[in-house]
Design a protein around this ligand. Sequence first.
Ligand SMILES: Nc1ncnc2c1ncn2[C@@H]1O[C@H](COP(=O)(O)OP(=O)(O)OP(=O)(O)O)[C@@H](O)[C@H]1O
Length: 244
Amino acid sequence: MDNSIIRVETLHKSYVNGSNALHVLKGVDLDIRQGEMVSIMGSSGSGKSTLLNIIGILDNYDAGAYYLDGIKIEKMSETRAARFRNKYIGFVFQSFNLISFKNAMENVALPLYYQKVSRKKRNMIALEYLEKLGLREWAHHLPSELSGGQKQRVAIARSLISKPKVILADEPTGALDSVTSTEVMEILKEVNATGISIIIVTHENEIAAQTQRIIRLRDGIIESNEVNHNFSNEVSAGVLLEQR
Ligand SMILES: Nc1ncnc2c1ncn2[C@@H]1O[C@H](COP(=O)(O)OP(=O)(O)OP(=O)(O)O)[C@@H](O)[C@H]1O
């Protein structure tokens, strides 16, 4: 028994456009343990988002294998994929992906709507998560009334509400200034300290330097996979930790 939450074996993925096929992932092997905080780097077009989409069961692969918590993930119906995503995975995106006409509380509560939790209960739980993220007083504000950092905190609260085992973050600080980026990274480290695995796709060395392992993709294969001995997820606030 190992404690891999994500295991990817000789993964291949091509995009086919008419008679052209673009071979993007060319045999990727990756093993991420429960509780690890990992970054994936690589130049534009190296296949980072493609890999993250497959791990997030947002896309299929062509060959190889992917195991999520020991379960082989293969081509499946959208309903089944959604069930897996709901159970295991939280998503955080560069562009926040909040629904513009729903307030912060409703955005955070959304995953529970899909789990058929009553409105009253899901709003109550959403408020607890907003409280943990320091945003309780912003619960009834629309995304357009929030700063970039606040929007990303709402997105993180939304990603946490279904108690995922893994958070997939695609350039989570890409749209933020450096002070706000630091804040968001502190929160992600705090989330990681509760035992949730985090995979961050980033172009920024300073972001990758704050993760436990740095994986570099190049032309669809893993070029390097280094442990960062300076990694620490011990953060000062400890709000999320206290709640567990
Ligand atoms: N749905 C798609 N259909 C066709 N080609 C695609 C599709 N998605 C991605 N690609 C192509 O696959 C290659 C890898 O894209 P991917 O988005 O995985 O790279 P990336 O490393 O995440 O790049 P970036 O850092 O710019 O986001 C690129 O050449 C891209 O144009």
